[in-house]
Write a protein that binds this ligand. Sequence first.
Ligand SMILES: [Zn+2]
Length: 634
Amino acid sequence: MNKKIYITTPIYYVNDVPHIGHAYTTIIADSLARFYRLKGRDTFFLTGTDEHGQKIEQAATARGKSAKEYADEVSAKFKALWDDFDISYDCFIRTTDENHKIGAQKAFETMFKNGDIYKGEYEGHYCVSCETFFTDSQLINNEYCPDCGKITTLVKEESYFFRLSAYQDKLLQWYQEADDCVMPKAKKNEVINFVKQGLRDLSITRASFDWGIKLPPFLGDSKHVLYVWLDALVNYISALGYGTDEKNFSYWPASFHLVGKDILRFHSVYWPAFLMSLNLPLPKHIAAHGWWTRNGEKMSKSKGNVVNPREVAEAYGLENFRYFLLREVPFGQDGDFSQKALIDRINSDLGNELGNLLNRIIGMSGKYSNYELDSSFVLKFYEKDIKAVDAILDNVESYMCELQTNKYLEELWKVLTIANQSIAIYEPWVKIKEGKKEEAGAIVALAANLLAKASILFSPIMPKTAQTIANSLGFKLDTKSYEKLIINKELLDKTVITPTAPLFPRIEKELMNTPEPTTQEKEIKKELISADKFFASKIQVGVIVKAETIEKSDRLLKLLVDIGEEKPRQILSAIRAYYDVESIEGTQVCVVANLKPVKIMGFESYGMVLTAEDKNGIALISPQNAKSPGSTVK
Ligand SMILES: [Zn+2]
């Protein structure tokens, strides 16, 4: 049976430029796809960008761009990086693609017709930054987002709901029956505990912003757009033509959805529930990896220590970076990036173990046999070494299938160690002196065969390095060689070795400058004030009870503002051009209440009303929901 393989990365949200976390997920997925292709499996590898939602709309507006322009720009950055990194994706999907929109609408319509979607009213604490609603009990200090710590707002709006609650038992049953459906195990248990606490129906549309996919036309409801998570998750099937051209749909269900641990819940709870509603098979594995720190510290833009994958690859080489990422951390755990750790891996694992082995084989074969490589006598003299290695290789692939790339590489490096040791132990230079030419040749061929076998299996992780080794040892790096040398445990045909330059020149010092804050960050730092300084201003909510014009001033209005004191305060404000006296009365405003009184055009002003100004004029700042006069603003 040659079942198809379907591997996905998350689609990356275009509010951010690519960082090491994105590179990590994508490189694992790429290695996995290359691994299955090597094994001759028909493989489809999907990546792409997630482009809708309020956060994108806001980020675009802040940059004076349309949401689509902004999404185009950031999406192109991701695509360019993956192209430069030679990522072997078969499809790069964008949620602004027309066929994705059709697929998402089709999914909504199908779930609706299956009775899993109904209209209701949503009230919740919404975090704009995470685009997620939270319940009272989830908030920190009753108002802050439990995920990002930012302040949430109370939102009440009409919304369509997905009957997630109806899928609680089915999900629990699935977790129980499908062994590795969520990987690693510890994460799976977290998911199970979350679901056991009870699932609430999920609000899946928004009416408060526009930048999203409209509901399917049959509903005749143009007020709503799809909630970004429904929109985003459907990409995994729309990319295969769900709702449009389904010729690639035979790749479904996904073999591996690779995700960061922060988005595991969406993938392991909502997504399978949506699929159950759509009557589609469920993914085989949803695999969550950990996060990266830098030199033991959390990465953040404000610290200026975010690892830029392009910079690392340019300084240290893409293949070395790939090896480091997949070798350094057990899948699912957090990893730490440091130049020191990377250099150690390059100099020791890659330089000493791998690079030197190739050099020694080239050197010895040149000296002893004019670069001819003949495996005919390997089994006669060194069968037990070959057997030991074949035993390792029999078990190694399961590590890759379980995404334990660090174990996988560790095992392959054991093969290289055996090869290096066999040269040291059997001493071909002694054999030559003793006139045992066959034996000396067999030692070189033994080492070359072990290197070839290891190279075939690490080629998914370091494709270019493996290709260079294959060229040098004179074999083809393809599925046929995999079957011959790995599956059938055969040895290399007679070949001629081609000398090649050392693969991993020693790195003596760090090649990247320690991150320096950018000029913009320095400017921001110069302007920073302490919280104490800010809280020295006493800002309170007030309500305008009366407004009058002032003779001889076309800028000022004289306001009486109730800020919860005995009587309203008189405050002058330069808003006359934007507000008229009748309609402004009753408006809530924010007042700086502890300013020294000033006299303007003959009138005392006891405070300042806060406004915002751009090229279109001035607007008063009001609390989003009415607050009682005197409420503190902070
Ligand atoms: Zn948040």
